[in-house]
Design a protein around this ligand. Structure first.
Ligand code: SAM
Length: 250
């Protein structure tokens, strides 16, 4: 998968060199390039922002550096897909006013060959850039949650990690992806490791017995209870209803 990230703080993306994502890059599973938006500003101060029309607080990111940066991303990235006619990335623009980023969206995006991310700063990017980009490539505005960050970089770190770990070969044990929270609408069951007793607290007896069916039933029950307690909003959907029905059948 090819990934391009455009930011005024390329160093913010340095953690993408670490851990499993860094290894995936070194193993050639991820081809990730970070671009400095200021390279596409042509004045002496490499200005990327200006005051908002209509007044108001803060600054707005100017359209011209963005169009040049995205043209560059498309031109440079297209050469990574030899033979393909007119390839373009799907452009992800993180923003608090976007569609909530979910595990399902991560899965959908993990199927794509090429994603580009535009990290906004200040009060955001001039609205015309969304229009301009939308005429050239698919654009998705995605929110990390109902709160406001200073910039898109932290959101991109989270999204890239959630997407990249779904690619074949990135996580050593692919089975660990199957039972995770948000895979089927339920949260994960509680997990324990050695010692069997710590600080006067014992690991639940059922996990020590080696009865796989009993363990599976206990874990399922825990998932339903935990979801009901912490995220009742997840329960009405189909997956949770099916999980409850399944539990009753046992
Ligand atoms: N004025 C904007 C608003 O109220 O919608 C907020 C701008 S915020 C200070 C600057 C940048 O941070 C945004 O352009 C976006 O890239 C990023 N950002 C902030 N909150 C975010 C969130 N919840 N999810 C994704 N990106 C976010």
């Amino acid at each position: 998968m090819r990934l391009d990230v455009v930011s005024i703080f390329p160093d913010y993306l340095a953690p993408l060199d670490l851990s499993l994502i860094g290894k995936a890059r070194r193993d050639g599973l991820l081809d990730l390039t970070v671009h400095d938006l200021r390279d596409f500003a042509h004045d002496r101060h490499r200005t990327v922002d200006d005051t908002p029309y209509g007044g108001g607080a803060g600054m707005v990111m100017k359209p011209q550096p963005w169009s040049e940066a995205l043209d560059h991303v498309v031109a440079q990235g297209s050469s990574a897909f030899p033979g393909a006619a007119e390839r373009v990335p799907t452009l992800i623009v993180p923003g608090p006013g976007g569609e909530p980023f979910t595990q399902q969206i991560a899965k959908d995006l993990a199927e794509e060959p090429w994603l580009a991310f535009a990290c906004g700063r200040y009060e955001g990017i001039d609205e015309r850039v969304y229009e301009w980009a939308g005429e050239r490539m698919p654009v998705r505005i995605l929110s990390l949650g109902d709160y406001v960050l200073n910039g898109g970089e932290v959101a991109v770190l989270a999204m890239v990690e959630a997407i990249a770990r779904l690619l074949p070969g990135v996580i050593g044990n692919a089975e660990s992806l199957i039972e995770e929270s948000h895979e089927d609408g339920l949260l994960e069951y509680p997990v324990y490791t050695k010692p069997a007793e710590w600080d006067g607290r014992a690991v639940p007896e059922v996990l020590l017995g080696g009865n796989h069916r009993a363990i599976a039933e206990w874990r399922h029950e825990q998932r339903v209870q935990r979801t009901a307690a912490r995220r009742p909003d997840l329960l009405p959907p189909v997956a949770a209803a099916a999980a409850l029905a399944d539990l009753e059948e046992r």
